[in-house]
Design a protein around this ligand. Sequence first.
Ligand code: SF4
Length: 289
Amino acid sequence: MKINLVRPCAFCPGVERVVQKTKEIIADYKSAHIYLIGNIVHNDELCKQLLKNKNVKILENKNHDRLALVKSIKTNNNVIIFSAHGTDPRAVDFAVAKGWKVFDLTCPWVNRIFSKIRYAILHGYHVAYFGDKNHVEAIAAKGHGGNDLTIYKTKKDLKKVLDKPYVQVVAQTTMDQQEYIATQKWFTPPAIIKFADTICHSSRQRQENALEAKQYDLVFVISDPNSHNGQSLYQVLKARQKHVVFVDPQHIKLNKKILAKKKDCAIFTSSSVSQEQVDRFVKKLNKLI
Ligand code: SF4
């Protein structure tokens, strides 16, 4: 069976940056308490590796309330690292005011959206944010936009937005591009509406690869189950390919039966999967074919 590794694969530049930077900070601040506010990226295995450093803690709560997490810190000599997904600016302000060493590693693509949100609100616009209301990035965006921002996924969510005179529409960086475009018909005049193309380059490229891919006998999507872009990729591929298998890199289960009579396969990855995890999967696959 021929294995096609679809590129880009493994870390996107934003995740690469946050992982490298976090490792450098851990090496530089050996005697400090280091707090990662939320999982630094959606890669459970990588987070567990970082936790092998005794002075590193990951703080997380189920509603991703970053301010509450930072407020819960009781130690001194702290280093605070905010994840690539962005954060409520009040959490950063709180940590800075405490005099702690703060590293805000928000991806530049996410920061670009936050700037757009603040700029639009400053100019009298209401912001309609196409995203998943439980996702860390969307919660952070809400922290920037407050009551002037509405997160939507369905037309019903826009009920209170459609009577606003000025509306700026943006999308979470990892949303499905086609779905986002389709929602644009929900916005109708007399409102003045501005749409911004805010899905990040890496997510867009992976989605386009999935949309344009030829038919393979078998497709694997390697992704942490909590990765939003990995789940989006899986859905796009599932709708188009014959046989798609979701692979959690921490628990690779390969059944020889699914490989039978397959002439070719393609491997797609989310942007928070490491090259090491991809290589491990390919090695296992090669042993079976
Ligand atoms: S997926 Fe996009 S927004 Fe998220 S870290 Fe990577 S480049 Fe940044």
